[in-house]
Design a protein around this ligand. Structure first.
Ligand code: ZN
Length: 334
């Protein structure tokens, strides 16, 4: 939880106003918010205020419930949805089951929150492609956190989230607190500007990103951030390469025949990182095994240890007691 003053609230709404403007938003848009607006979720309130400031229409439908989302899309005709990308897949699935022609709907844009839709080279990742293969809408990626009270949102060019220098100083630092160059992974370190109740000075977010400083085709000269490559403490040093779990998730989500997975990392006897992939595959034939190995070899250049297990076993690992979100990464390193 974060305290906010009146000025902080105004700053938040300004932040989302310029973010939605950056993502091609205008006062003729109608936004459908498919996210939590209460439960102390700061971003929900910020989106709502920012859209109001933009002069656009806004519909607070809340998270989940695809039937309700579609009912509102068909009735109110929003132009833009704001949603978690994996939920957009659920919307598509619901539409397919209920004969709703998604490409004839009023929705043309989606501002994607909470999950990556791009790779570090800004091409769409598996999730991003799964959405756009079926639904002809433009996706805008965003990166934000409660602590920074600022969003990095993509423009029309879709080449990373723009930095708004009036709100934040951003530095990308290596393990020795030295600035990294463009295209190099570094920890996002922020200093808030204009925040009153809880200002932060060179705060390390734990998120690893890259930046690009070439002026954007949209005319903005500010730095653009890549999607989050991973969390600093989840960095895996594996057989001479540096890896982060999201890259493995993306790889495994795009792998034919693999239905569910859990990535485990542990320390071997010489103290270095080992990766064990728990996979639930469509079948456990030798042919499948060969396919999985050659896919990993091609994409990773190294093959982690593999273990095939039943769906039941995977679900048990993904949902340990008290967990609401599926656990896809288990860190057993010493
Ligand atoms: Zn731009």
């Amino acid at each position: 939880m974060l305290p906010l003053t009146e000025k902080d609230l105004q700053r938040l709404s300004y932040n989302e106003y310029i973010s939605f403007s950056c993502a091609n938003g205008t006062d003729s848009d109608v936004f459908q918010l498919m996210l939590t607006l209460d439960r102390q979720f700061m971003a929900g309130m910020a989106y709502y205020q920012g859209i109001r400031r933009l002069g656009a229409g806004v519909l607070r439908v809340g998270p989940g419930v695809p039937s309700l989302q579609w009912e509102n899309i068909q009735r109110i005709q929003p132009t833009t949805i704001v949603a978690v990308p994996s939920f957009i897949l659920k919307l598509i699935a619901y539409a397919e089951e209920h004969n709703i022609d998604i490409n004839a709907s009023s929705v043309k844009k989606a501002v994607c929150i909470g999950e990556n839709i791009r790779n570090v080279d800004f091409s769409l990742n598996v999730l991003g492609r799964m959405i756009t293969d079926k639904w002809n809408i433009q996706l805008f990626s965003t990166y934000a956190s409660t602590e920074m009270q600022t969003a990095f949102t993509e423009c029309n060019a879709g080449r990373g989230g723009h930095h708004h220098p009036e709100l934040l100083i951003v530095e990308l630092l290596d393990e020795h607190d030295q600035p990294v160059g463009p295209g190099q992974p570094g920890e996002v370190t922020i200093t808030t500007l204009g925040v009153e109740a809880m200002p932060l000075l060179r705060y390390k977010t734990g998120d690893i990103c890259q930046y690009d400083e070439i002026p954007c085709s949209c005319g903005r000269q500010t730095v653009r951030l890549s999607p989050v490559i991973g969390r600093r403490k989840q960095m895996i040093k594996y057989k001479g390469t540096t890896l982060y779990p999201p890259a493995l998730f993306d790889l495994l989500s795009g792998m034919e025949g693999v239905k569910e997975f859990v990535v485990e990392v542990f320390s071997n006897e010489i103290g270095t990182d080992e990766i064990l992939l728990h996979l639930n595959a469509a079948d456990e034939s030798e042919d499948m095994e060969r396919k999985v190995r050659s896919y990993l070899q091609g994409k990773l250049r190294v093959i982690p240890q593999l273990r095939y297990c039943s769906m039941q076993e995977i679900l048990k690992m993904q949902f340990p007691e008290g967990s609401r979100k599926p656990v896809k990464f288990i860190d057993n390193r010493k």
